[in-house]
Design a binder for this molecule. Structure first.
Ligand SMILES: *Cc1c(COP(=O)(O)O)cnc(C)c1O
Length: 408
């Protein structure tokens, strides 16, 4: 038997079924007209943002990292909830503009921005988080051509990282950001050549569950930003401090102690170095805002035995749930939180392998999991599907196509 990850608190049973946003799984499937599907609960997103606002000092804003879930309705739902939007492509820019988001609230990070993308961002008035000297030079030239000063912040590649983070994005050689020691010269050049200077972006990692690690990284970020501001000789209108707040996916994972992170940050914000006294501060969060609000529902289409092992074969799989299958940035495959949605809360009685419908042994949703007995037609729920599910999985693989997404 292999345990499954912890189901996020608050997912209750309604008439023997998993309820999402107060509605039974089978009712949601009927509304979508098919399985598999993603369901995102507005109420959970709202509650998460409210928790954050309560924990964080008012001085620190919250940005939504759109890549976690760029569904148009999710972006529109976020618009009044968060302060800013962090995008990483012209595609995400178009989605934000279509949702009516003020470009002044949008910042654009990501290595390898093409000229067309820079142009779209500069024309719209979006802040570029500049990833290199070359990108800064191209942005200035495009701004000149458009007759519009590009709004530019510099993304710093810090020499430290967010410890225990699921994906390391800082420390040592990286394709992301400008090495910290090269930032002052670049900033002075950009300012000198007419950029609308916006400050710094320092992202140190992702998916951290340790409050201590986040608190330490935030201290390092503030110190580095203050030193860089002094070296640049210009203030920082804004400092994007990164994020990295994680959610529990696997057995043994404990939720982040948010109040502790918030209290430590409040203390730091009380005594900011002079260089940051006037700076607008923000965090950028993706999965922490939306991950636990999403559930992936798929249907069991076959139940079979092989060499004494029971397989529940579903119509879902890694083409929608690459991360849950264990093939997106994990070394050792572990089970995501999952359940039989149509027998939710029933006594678990058998050990099963829940797999997807793709012809590859990689397509696993839960290995050796203890579940209530399920039959063909029952629904399987994979939790923590609100971030990096639909948008970060190869939906074209084997021709199944994307799954519908419902915001409820
Ligand atoms: C991916 C990414 C994020 C969001 O990460 P989460 O783990 O979803 O919070 C934020 N900022 C940058 C620069 C990123 O690349």
């Amino acid at each position: 038997m292999k345990p499954v990850g912890p189901i996020p608190a608050g997912y209750e049973s309604l008439g023997g079924e998993l309820a999402i946003g107060g509605r039974r799984a089978s009712e949601l499937v009927a509304e979508a007209g098919r399985t598999p599907l993603f369901v995102y609960a507005r109420g959970r997103i709202d509650a998460r943002v409210a928790e954050l606002r309560a924990a964080l000092p008012a001085r620190v804003g919250v940005n939504y990292a759109v890549k976690a879930n760029p569904h148009p309705q999710v972006i529109a739902h976020m618009a009044p909830l968060v302060d800013g939007f962090d995008i990483a492509s012209a595609g995400e820019l178009a989605l934000c503009l279509a949702a009516g988001i003020d470009p002044a609230r949008i910042s654009f990070a990501g290595p390898g921005k093409r000229d067309e993308e820079l142009e779209a961002a500069i024309a719209a008035g979006v802040t570029l988080n500049c990833e290199s000297e070359g990108e800064g030079t191209r942005a200035l030239a495009i701004g000149q051509r458009l007759g519009k000063a590009p709004r530019i912040a510099i993304r710093v590649n810090p020499s430290f990282e967010l410890k225990g983070s699921g994906m390391k994005m800082g420390g040592g050689a990286k394709p992301f950001g400008v090495d910290a020691d090269k930032v002052p010269a670049l900033a002075r050049r950009l300012i000198g050549e007419g950029a609308d200077w916006r400050g710094l972006h320092i992202f140190t990692g992702s998916q951290a569950l340790s409050a201590n690690a986040i608190i330490e990284a935030q201290g390092n970020v503030l110190e580095l930003a203050a030193n860089l501001a002094d070296a640049i000789g210009a203030g920082l209108p804004k400092l994007n401090m990164g994020g990295g707040f994680g959610i529990p996916y696997f057995p043994g994972d404990e939720p982040l102690d948010l109040p502790r992170v918030g209290a430590a940050l409040a203390e730091r914000v009380e005594s900011l170095p002079a260089a940051l006294a006037q700076s607008e501060l923000c965090l950028e969060l993706g999965r922490y805002l939306v991950g636990e609000a999403g559930v992936y529902l798929c249907r069991i289409v076959d139940r079979k035995e092989s060499h004494g092992t029971t397989y529940l074969v579903t119509d879902g799989g890694l083409h929608h749930q690459l991360a849950a299958s264990g093939n997106f940035g994990t070394v050792v495959r572990r089970n995501y939180p999952s359940a039989i949605a149509t027998r939710y809360g029933a006594e678990p009685t058998e050990e099963v392998n829940i797999v997807g419908c793709l012809c590859t042994p990689l397509d696993r949703l839960a290995d050796n999991a203890l579940m209530p007995r399920a039959e063909v037609g029952d629904l399987v729920a994979v939790f923590c599907a609100g971030a990096y599910g639909a948008s970060a999985s190869p939906s074209a693989f084997l021709g199944h196509g994307p799954a519908p997404e419902l915001l409820v």
